[in-house]
Design a protein around this ligand. Structure first.
Ligand code: HEM
Ligand SMILES: *[C@@H]1O[C@H](CO)[C@@H](O)[C@H](O)[C@H]1NC(C)=O
Ligand SMILES: *[C@@H]1O[C@H](CO)[C@@H](O)[C@H](O)[C@H]1NC(C)=O
Length: 504
């Protein structure tokens, strides 16, 4: 036979196969849904029922034009429902902005949902890292979570001394003549310094030496590749960027340096030489606490990256968004500053920071309006239901089939006027005097997989704001652009955070 006709026959069979598989899947889905007694979900009205390419295109376009948040708001409101579904490259996506579904997915129904199928099983992250705490389920996850827990339980409380050095360096970069400064890159460098110090036991000190010793370019490459690969999902084979694999190798080499050093110091400890930092204080960073229990260097690297990846660009975005909001709310800055001055020169402790209510309200309000993590995403691993969002009134339980990917959207929940009232778009720390939102406010997720760093993050953020307002009496916006969010880990300001700090 002519090779051209073979190709045509092959292509046609492939298409027929796709259609048959999609139809079978649909029939099975409808049958099981009926058995579970759940009404159908509202659906994205795409013309491409097989791959959902029109939906994929609309989403990519919104991302490219930095309209992703608006896209979320619009797609939900166009369905007229807080829960709906769409086809994305042949996968059924379920979208929810109902607190009750977030709660069930994170607690009572958690065993029907998993992260491995979307993060590891298809090989998306494996060339760089393995099954660490943020990318595994079941026993493997429990083991990793137990390993990292002791560090995070202490870090939120104990590290104020080490934090001080980094905040000192941050402050030294802020002009004291009220001239304009973009805080976004400064917070990024500050957070890189803080997190390398806390995770590896050695800061890269990028605030003083922006280019030194840090494989910046490789990191950008690795993170971008990881994001792309997670999006590609079942089309992972399309990603063949040799440079990405090479960058992964180089970062792994960079980490090996810290790992070998930790093992060396553990050996010395056995001979009675305790491991200390340059200033003589005993080592207590993440790598050090975990290395003791993980003799295998590859496994140790996996545990290290399993915490390092979800930490990337988080606290820095939170800080940047908070200062952005403060610069536009002088009244809040005044009240914060009064609270800071009232605290006075007492030593700044964890309990001390926690005692300043207005500061805690401000941090919560920033998490609410600008959640750094937009949604909790899980793969459904067995047919199940979630409590609400189906039927005409949107109150009936919904069906989730094995293989569905469920997205619980924080951004929309945090701004839902039905949950927060008509002033929901305003930056208003005072609302926290009364607000007790439970599952409609989950910046760190909830249940057993809640972000283990949440106390540490809030401490770092409160500490930095406290120090800034001790020294400056006002923050002025120096930028006329309206807020536009570009998607990194979560929404972050497209035009940075250009402000001026007015010395007291
Ligand atoms: C503004 C800062 C941060 C926010 C808003 C945030 C938020 C979150 C959220 C929403 C989750 C998922 C929870 C879930 O799946 O239910 C998570 C998981 C995680 N976060 Fe964070 N995070 C932040 C900073 C950090 C930092 C600085 C670290 C590490 C030093 C970190 C380490 C982790 C880890 C290891 C997990 C996985 C936990 C697990 O699956 O058991 N996060 N975070
Ligand atoms: C986060 O990743 C970016 C690359 O996307 C890198 O430039 C930055 O230094 C990383 N930050 C931290 C704190 O690891
Ligand atoms: C801030 O939010 C957390 C939930 O993340 C809540 O437990 C806490 O009570 C809130 N803080 C204040 C001061 O309202």
């Amino acid at each position: 036979m002519h090779s051209g006709s073979i190709l045509i026959i092959f292509t046609l069979s492939a298409i027929l196969y796709w259609i048959a598989a999609a139809t079978l899947n649909y029939v099975r889905y409808e049958k099981t849904r009926a058995e579970f007694g759940c009404p159908p979900l509202k659906a994205y009205p795409g013309w491409d029922k097989i791959l959902g390419l029109d939906y994929v295109y609309a989403m990519l376009k919104a991302l490219k034009e930095d309209r992703f948040l608006q896209f979320q708001t619009d797609t939900y409101s166009a369905r007229g429902s807080k829960v709906w579904r769409a086809n994305f490259l042949g996968n059924r996506m379920v979208y929810s902005s109902e607190p009750e579904n977030m709660k069930a997915l994170s607690t009572s129904q958690k065993d029907a949902f998993a992260v491995e199928p979307i993060r590891v099983a298809n090989g998306a992250i494996t060339p760089f890292t393995g099954r660490g705490v943020s990318s595994s389920d079941g026993e493997k996850w429990q083991h990793s979570r137990d390993l990292v827990k002791p560090y995070f339980e202490r870090a939120g409380f104990a590290n104020l001394n080490r934090l001080r050095e980094h905040v000192d360096r941050l402050m030294s970069q802020i002009p004291s003549d009220s001239s304009t400064v973009d805080m976004q890159p400064l917070f990024q460098r500050w957070f890189l310094d803080t997190s390398t110090d806390f995770l590896f036991g050695e800061t890269v000190n990028s605030l003083d030496h922006p280019e030194r010793g840090w494989p910046q370019k490789d990191m950008v490459k690795v993170m971008a590749g990881l994001r792309l690969r997670l999006q590609l999902s079942s089309f992972l084979f399309l990603h063949r960027d040799k440079e990405w694999f090479a960058a992964c190798k180089r970062i792994q080499g960079f980490l090996s340096h810290y790992i070998e050093q930790a093992y060396r110091q553990l050996e010395e400890e056995k001979k009675g030489i305790p491991a200390t930092y340059k200033n003589g204080e005993p080592r207590d960073d993440f790598l050090w606490t975990v290395a003791r229990h993980v003799p295998d260097p590859i496994e140790l690297r996996t545990q290290l990256t399993g915490v390092w990846i979800p930490s990337n660009e988080t606290t820095s975005i939170l800080m940047s968004n908070t200062i952005y909001a403060l610069a536009r709310n002088p009244r809040v800055v005044q009240k914060l500053r009064e609270a800071v001055l009232e605290y006075g020169d007492k030593p700044l402790t964890f309990e001390g920071l926690r005692s300043i209510n207005y500061l805690r309200w401000t941090v919560n309000e920033s998490h609410r309006l600008y959640p750094v993590s937009l949604q909790t995403v899980r793969a459904c691993i067995k047919d199940t239901t979630l409590p609400t969002g189906g039927g005409e009134d949107g109150k009936a339980p919904i069906f989730c089939a094995k293989g569905d990917i469920v997205h619980c959207n924080r951004y929309l929940m945090h701004r839902d006027p039905e949950l927060w009232g008509s002033d929901t778009e305003q930056f208003l720390p005072e609302r926290w005097e009364k607000a007790r939102p439970m599952w409609s406010f989950v910046p760190f997720g909830g249940g057993p997989r809640i972000c283990p760093a949440h106390v540490m993050v809030d401490t770092e953020c409160s500490y930095a704001i406290f120090r800034l307002l001790q020294r400056f009496k006002a923050i002025e916006p120096r930028d006329d652009e309206p807020y536009a969010a570009v998607m990194r880990v979560g929404p972050s300001s497209k035009y940075g955070c250009k402000v001026a700090f007015i010395p007291a």
